[in-house]
Ligand binder design. Structure first.
Ligand code: MN
Length: 275
């Protein structure tokens, strides 16, 4: 009897210490010492969408269809149907989105445990202000690691470019002319290096898709989609408020809808930041 006591106490201590992390989190959320920053763009019929060459299938813009609004169709309630492409607004790309992983996980199969992780934020606003087609190279990321330390396993790699200021209209978001869309992203070599070498959950960007505007014309077209899908790493797009995050130390929660057989889904993405 007496000899069993220490074991029970040890178990109780472990239980208490597990509880205290979540209790501290809850207290921090309530007091505001942990701030929740919404990284999600609002969804409306004005939300920019990707435009492919006219001979290809096109994604649908977000649309609301009113069912009733406190009227003859339903006196006490207001509700809508909505229609949208899976890849509209702030959204989450599942591995099966790309031909490099046709049998990969659909969006309902992506484990929720792997949707939440620490964030590193790499800032390329200065370069992108000079060049809308700016391409991030592996050396840029290696230099960031040299200065800021290793990217820990299970992190979100967030790419800040200032493009969130451009996603208020379709025209500005795509920034297209006769040579196609012009927006920043990763080079083919960089996308390959990131997918193969960084122990990340996935990558998040401010642009409408994870690839650069000119990526359709790269040696390997759309390298971020190709490489990240193949490596079972997620992509999230059209993030806002990355300027409010520290370079490291935030925790990002990115939650898509579990659409069965879905290739992606609009997602609510938030960051927890200690103040
Ligand atoms: Mn997408």
């Amino acid at each position: 009897m007496y000899r069993k006591l220490p074991r029970i106490e040890a178990r109780a201590v472990i239980f208490r210490s597990n509880m205290s992390t979540l209790t501290e989190l809850a207290e921090g959320l309530f007091s505001g010492s942990i701030e929740v920053i919404d990284l999600t763009s609002k969804l409306s019929s004005d939300t920019p969408i990707l435009a492919l060459p006219p001979e290809m299938g096109q994604t649908a813009a977000f649309e609301l269809e009113e069912i009733s609004k406190y009227d003859d169709r339903g006196p006490d309630w207001y509700w809508n149907n909505f229609r949208t492409g899976e890849h509209t607004g702030t959204h989450f790309d599942a591995p099966c989105h790309w031909a490099s992983n046709k049998d990969g996980l659909d969006i309902s199969e992506v484990p929720v445990q792997k949707m939440i992780g620490p964030a590193v934020v790499l800032d390329f606003c200065a370069q992108v202000a000079e060049d809308h087609d700016f391409l991030i190279e592996a050396d840029h990321i290696k230099a960031w690691i040299e200065e800021n330390g290793e990217i820990e396993p299970g992190s979100w790699l967030l790419i800040r470019t200032g493009w969130d200021a451009m996603t208020d209209t379709q025209e500005r978001a795509l920034n297209a002319n006769e040579t196609g869309p012009h927006s920043p992203g990763l080079s083919t070599d960089c996308a390959t290096w990131v997918a193969e070498n960084l122990p990340i959950l996935g990558m998040g960007v401010e642009t409408v898709g994870t690839d650069a505007g000119q990526a359709f014309a790269f040696d390997r077209p759309f390298p971020c989609h190709y490489e990240m899908s193949a490596a079972n790493k997620w992509g999230i797009t059209q993030l806002q408020n990355l300027d409010k995050l520290p370079a490291r130390g935030a925790v990002v929660v990115a939650l898509p809808l579990p659409i069965v057989k879905g290739s992606g889904s609009p997602a609510r993405v938030v960051a927890l930041v200690q103040r």
